[in-house]
Ligand binder design. Structure first.
Ligand code: PLP
Length: 383
């Protein structure tokens, strides 16, 4: 299989990650923080190592600033619902995933209002300005994606952070598509980073990360056992356990630590360069074939290495299912991001998304283009 659906989750995972997950099942089989016996303590130490690695990868002040979540959606919900109260206002962008928009919709029912700033691809000044114009005196948070999961459009999050900070507003960045691919640091301005480690950090599915710049306690969306201060019925105030109720995904945390080490050993810059090269090859090939492309080609600067296309007159699902039947994995439809499709005028048609990973080879991209050549020839003959 030629796997170009890495924006959904990366595949394959590096062998180190597979080994770390498997050996965690053998070595770290007791519940961390729930017992004083040696295996429980060894497991807690492994969790601590993973937490510390995550905190230092994104330059958080300390391990208490790294919260393990179920996925990136959970991390985004934790920030939005942990901060916003009735009467508050939020600024977001017009390219958001439902992981941001659905919590906002829910909060809207509780009296929170929000404004979507219009992103101008490739024009950071105009984008930052749009965010500035969307601010109101009651704005308590800005939240935006770093990279559109459909179009690869990159938002100038460092500049947005600097601007909103002038108004005393914190910025939460949805880094689902960028962590492990683009430079990303809490020292560069974001106050909260929500991460999908199962994508660019090559961790297993069922992992998520919330990183906070100051480690302050947020309101909880889930309460329960934390292994600490069990006598009290109040949720502990200390981070990260305040937000980590219930048993942790220990094999996931061990896999995440190995994934972080894999990305660090390759270097995000090198990974990004490789992915941009592969995405560009696919983009240019599709262009030559006459596919409909909606954005400029991926360059790593204005556009990250993920893009979407269509074949004129063909539903995106039909293109994806032909590719699937011929050994190429891509995703069609709306990619849980109707706003991003509305932005590009593809809400009706959807689009076919292509996203390479660190493992994608030139031969695989050529294989994908060969299938597309066959598909486009077939569809032209049908017309
Ligand atoms: N945000 C963006 C931009 C995404 O692309 C995704 C997943 O595709 C998410 C959030 C949600 O990530 P998860 O599936 O880990 O909850």
């Amino acid at each position: 299989m030629i796997y170009l659906d890495n924006a959904a989750t990366t595949y394959p995972k590096p062998p180190q990650v597979v080994t770390a997950v498997t050996s965690a099942l053998y070595k770290y089989g007791a519940n961390p923080g729930r017992g004083g016996h040696p295996m429980s303590m060894a497991t807690a130490e492994e969790v601590y190592r993973a937490r510390s690695a995550a905190a230092s990868f994104f330059h958080a002040p300390g391990p208490e600033c790294a919260v393990f979540t179920l996925n990136c959606t959970h991390a985004l919900n934790a920030v939005l619902k942990g901060i916003l109260k009735p009467g508050d206002h939020v600024v977001t962008s017009c390219l958001e995933h439902n992981a941001v928009l659905r919590p906002l919709k829910k909060l809207e029912e509780q009296g929170v209002s929000w404004t979507a700033a219009q992103v101008v691809p490739g024009d950071s000044d105009a984008t930052v300005d749009a965010f500035r114009r969307a601010l109101r005196p009651e704005t308590k948070l800005a939240v935006c994606t770093h990279v559109s999961n459909v179009w690869g459009i990159r938002l100038p999050v460092e500049r947005i952070a600097a601007m909103v900070h002038q108004y005393g507003v914190p910025l939460c960045v949805d880094a689902a598509q960028s962590a492990g691919v683009l430079p990303l640091s809490l020292e560069d301005g974001p106050d909260y980073l929500c991460i999908a480690p199962h994508k660019g950090l090559y961790a297993p599915m069922g992992t998520g990360l919330l990183l906070t710049a100051r480690g302050e306690a947020l309101d909880t969306i889930l309460e329960g056992g934390t292994g600490t201060n069990s006598i009290s019925l109040e949720q502990p105030g200390e981070m990260p356990e305040r937000l980590e109720s219930g048993t942790l995904n220990v094999p996931g945390a061990a896999g995440l630590r190995a994934g972080l080490a894999f990305v660090a050993s390759k270097g995000t810059e090198r990974i990004c360069r490789h992915e941009v090269e592969m995405a560009r090859l696919a983009y240019r090939g599709l262009k030559r074939l006459g596919a409909r492309l909606y954005t400029a080609e991926p360059d790593g600067a204005a556009y990250a290495p993920v893009f979407s296309f269509n074949v004129e007159g063909v539903p995106s699902e039909d293109t994806a299912s032909f590719l699937g039947a011929n050994g190429v994995a891509v995703r069609a439809g709306l990619h849980c991001a109707p706003a991003a499709h509305r932005f590009m005028g593809t809400l009706e048609s959807g689009a076919v998304r292509v996203c390479p990973s660190a493992f994608t080879s030139e031969k695989e991209v050529q294989g994908f283009l060969a299938v597309m050549t066959k598909f486009m020839k077939n569809s032209k003959e049908k017309v």
